[in-house]
Design a protein around this ligand. Sequence first.
Ligand code: IMP
Length: 192
Amino acid sequence: MEKRIIAATKNKNKVREFKEILPDYDIITQEEAGIDVDVVEDGKTFAENAMKKAQAIFDMTHIPALADDSGLEIFALGGEPGVYSARYGGEGLDDAGRTALVLEKMKGIDDDALRGAQFVCAIAFVTEDKTYTAQGIVEGILTHEPRGENGFGYDPIFYVPEAEKTTAEMTSAEKNAISHRGRALRNLAEQL
Ligand code: IMP
């Protein structure tokens, strides 16, 4: 198997985590390959979107393409923001704005037992002769205020009880060891 992989994403944090979790592969970015496209993520599931992104970038480059579609599912909000995690609340919000929106929506739900959520990651890896898929999940509890400076997205409000930290308070190695993306990518690596 050729070790060069193109990451079908423009999200630098995802690329960094791909590289950390799959150190045996030469992971190049869309930018390095000179590709400037945003694949429309209009699928109803993480798996559908991941497949769409990986297939589109593979078709353009013929380099084995790795895509992740991921997000936060909050049980008390019926699975919101789910596949809309990156654009929850509209395009005008940044990561801090989206975490603030989640905390606002969770106002009045004070019992930790009702503040459960999970990060979900679907991976698709499209190569010339085969397509691979994998999934990873990590469960946590939403905090009442942001904590920690590391990671990205909803990490500052996602508390993992076993680690007694939010994913933003973890080092990269700690987060990768338990995260939805770490789990999904290690599952993929086992299949390769
Ligand atoms: P997409 O997969 O590019 O559509 O976007 C995923 C979105 O889900 C990100 O922009 C974050 O808001 C959120 N997300 C996914 N993985 C993580 C994570 O590891 N930590 C925090 N937020 C995440």
